[in-house]
Design a protein. Structure first.
Length: 269
């Protein structure tokens, strides 16, 4: 795995140019169905692999939990569940205005937590807790825990991925999804060998949603850049869901208080 201190910064090509280059060398890895608009289920919603939106109960669950030990940035705690275990990831502020990304697990429904495990401690930014929350997915099929997030690393700002192969006890050294000046939101989903990361493209002039795919449980992202959203307005707040080879990506278009979300559903080849 690529070590944090050795991460090298690739050329930050715009999303569209990378897509054209990829299309020239290989067939599209996802057969997409036509984009559609889906009414939101409520103030918070969760995306399903069939592209439907349901009410997200995560916020209510987090409110009932005993917080993991140590400092925690407000609004950064994210939860996933698999194999009767809860997994948490959050930003912990540092005195130098940076932040550490930490994780913990609970086998008693969130009443108690393991000691925090570092996911990424390489942040050199000075924004403190003013950052987007990480994203987490726990895969019951593989037992892996996957985390994606935006961070200003020593080699530059970007979107990163890390995973745990031992049920959240330890995390592999992070790998970059994409570098760019704008740190944005991410979402991650997994089913067995397949891992999908949806993200706000940090390099496009108009906000766009991209997708990175791994066929190796997140060890390698064979398809790093896939344009998913179209040219009709700014696309933000990505969500991704997966079941088998079916993948769904949703995003907000226009005002954040819109009652509709754009959704694309496809099948991974």
């Amino acid at each position: 795995m690529l070590r944090p201190s050795r991460r090298r910064r690739p050329v930050a090509w715009p999303l569209g140019l990378l897509a054209l280059a990829c299309a020239a060398c290989t067939a599209a890895p996802v057969d997409w169905e036509p984009r559609r608009e889906v009414p939101q289920a409520g103030a918070g919603d969760v995306l399903r692999p069939d592209g439907a939106l349901g009410v997200d109960t995560t916020a209510a669950l987090i409110a009932r939990l005993t917080p993991p030990p140590g400092p925690l940035c407000d609004g950064s705690l994210q939860i996933a569940a698999a194999r009767r275990t809860l997994f948490a990831v959050w930003w912990a502020p540092r005195p130098d205005s940076g932040a550490r990304l930490l994780a913990a697990r609970s086998s008693d429904g969130g009443r108690s937590w393991s000691a925090p495990t570092p996911v990424d401690t390489t942040d050199v930014g000075v924004t403190g807790c003013r950052r987007d929350p990480p994203a987490i997915a726990a895969d019951s099929a593989s037992g892996y825990v996957h985390v994606t997030y935006a961070l200003h690393a020593a080699e530059g700002p970007g979107l990163f991925f890390s995973h745990s192969m031992d049920g959240g006890v330890t995390f592999h050294a992070p790998v970059p999804i994409l570098y760019g000046e704008r740190l944005g939101r991410t979402s991650v989903a997994a089913d067995g060998d397949l891992v999908a990361v949806a993200f706000e493209d940090p390099n496009s002039t108009t906000p766009r949603i991209g997708l990175a795919l791994s066929r190796t449980m997140g060890h390698i992202f064979e398809h790093r850049i896939l344009p998913v959203s179209d040219e009709n307005g700014a696309a933000t707040h990505p969500q991704v869901a997966m079941r088998g080879r079916r993948v769904a990506v949703a995003w907000a278009v226009g005002p954040t208080d819109s009652t509709l979300r754009s959704v694309r559903v496809g099948t991974v080849r």
